[in-house]
Design a protein around this ligand. Structure first.
Ligand code: F0G
Length: 403
């Protein structure tokens, strides 16, 4: 594929493969794909390949055999019972927990690690609230690369930590939160210690574009009114916008669904600026939330995410920890699908926006549920009742469960 790496802020073309920001203005980077060879085609033409990230290879900046674990191709569930509970016309959930390491990060990582291999890198690394590290560790193992992950101390869900350790990454917890860990890993990348695969690396969001492509594909290209994302470091919602704009530029879709972002109340810098119609945001010191995946005060792609929301006529909102856990359990118990707390923020956000009358009950809505319930077993157990204990007789069990 032909493409250029550019500064998203000033348009400067970037030729150094190892930069993570513009040397002229410090703006964040993006990739401009040359899609001219697709003119006159239609999205159905891609359907001879299985649903998954690499169905969309024409939109991905990789020109070698990818490092893949068969990521993507995740279910889009019709959630009629949840739609009834929320009193909305149509609610579907794109369940990213069904990816190889249990989160949407695998979409970006198959592209990011393929890029690392193309460049001949030997050591890859990232800062993470957990899922990025689990995903990078797995893809690095597959590619035979060394991997270092930096995590905020004490605030990473158990399943994610176990995955990063299991796949053989060097796991380092740093004193501080995700924003501190990202600062340090950027330094390590600038000094050449590692190739950084956080989403400030513009190859990562390219893979994450496929989440939006798949939703449209699975809906037979009949657009939903709204797609709702949980927002942390803010690259995923931006990737959706980029994906939609690329398909629009080819005439594959006419309009764009309203991209809607949900942050956790204790970590909501973008919601604050959205409320004031601002393009920029002020970082939140000491972010806090039960949804540790999105416990981020200074989102690296924050400006891009705001643009995605403004340009599509979407909205941003914040939800409380209680609303998040309620949505997580309602989803699990009505639909039989388990997602982690950060993922449930998208559902909680929809409920809140409907209740506040900020979005219409006549809409067809897709919520992106980004990670699997088993990522964070501690939170589940802390929010469930006690396990019943009985002697080993049928009578005792009958009595314990109330008949
Ligand atoms: N949901 C989950 C489960 C996540 O792990 C993340 C981000 C998000 C939503 C937010 O996505 O950052 O693109 O806005 N997790 C990162 C990590 C930060 O390190 O795993 P975003």
């Amino acid at each position: 594929m032909t493409y250029k790496v550019k500064c998203w802020e000033c348009g400067n073309e970037i030729t150094d493969n190892y930069l993570d920001a513009c040397p002229r203005c410090n703006g964040s980077l993006t990739i401009e794909m040359d899609l001219s060879h697709l003119e006159g085609t239609k999205p159905e033409d891609l359907r001879s390949r299985p649903l998954g990230v690499w169905r969309y290879s024409h939109f991905l900046p990789i020109n070698s055999d990818p490092v893949t674990l068969q990521e993507g191709g995740t279910p889009l569930y019709d959630c009629d019972k949840l739609a009834d509970e929320y009193n909305v016309r149509e609610l579907q959930v794109k369940f990213e927990g069904a990816n190889p390491t249990g989160s949407f990060k695998d979409r970006g990582m198959t592209v990011g690690v393929s890029r690392a291999v193309e460049l001949g890198c030997k050591v890859v690394g990232c800062a993470s609230t957990g899922n990025t590290s689990a995903s990078l560790a797995a893809y690095a193992a597959k590619a035979g690369l060394k991997c270092v992950v930096l995590l905020p101390s004490g605030k990473v869900a158990l399943g994610k930590l176990a995955q990063a350790m299991f796949f053989g990454a060097k796991v380092v917890t740093v004193d501080g939160n995700f924003d501190d860990a990202l600062r340090v890993v950027r330094e390590l990348s600038h000094s050449g210690d590692l190739y950084m695969l956080n989403s400030v690396n513009p190859f990562r969001p390219e893979g994450q574009k496929t989440l939006a492509f798949e939703i449209l594909d699975q809906m037979d290209f009949k657009l939903p009114d709204r797609i709702v994302y949980p927002v942390g470091n803010a690259a995923n919602i931006w990737a959706a916008y980029k994906a939609l704009k690329e398909w629009q530029s080819l005439g594959w879709i006419d309009e764009l669904p309203m991209l809607t972002g949900v942050q956790a109340g204790g970590s909501a810098p973008l919601v604050n600026s959205f409320a004031h119609g601002q393009e920029d945001f002020k970082a939140v010191e000491n972010p806090e939330t039960v949804a540790t995946a999105i416990r981020i005060g200074n989102p690296a792609s924050g400006r891009k995410a705001l643009k995605a929301v403004y340009d599509t006529g979407g909205v941003m909102t914040a939800v409380s920890d209680r609303e998040i856990i309620e949505a997580q359990f309602l989803f699990g118990r009505k639909e039989g699908v388990g997602c982690e707390p950060a993922s449930a923020a998208s559902l909680a956000g929809v409920k809140k926006l409907l209740d506040e009358g900020k979005i219409s009950r006549k809409e067809r809505i897709v919520c992106v549920c980004t990670g699997h319930v088993l990522k964070d077993p501690d939170t589940v157990i802390a929010n469930c009742g006690q396990v019943l204990k009985t002697p080993a007789t049928a009578d005792a069990v009958r009595k314990a469960i109330g008949g």
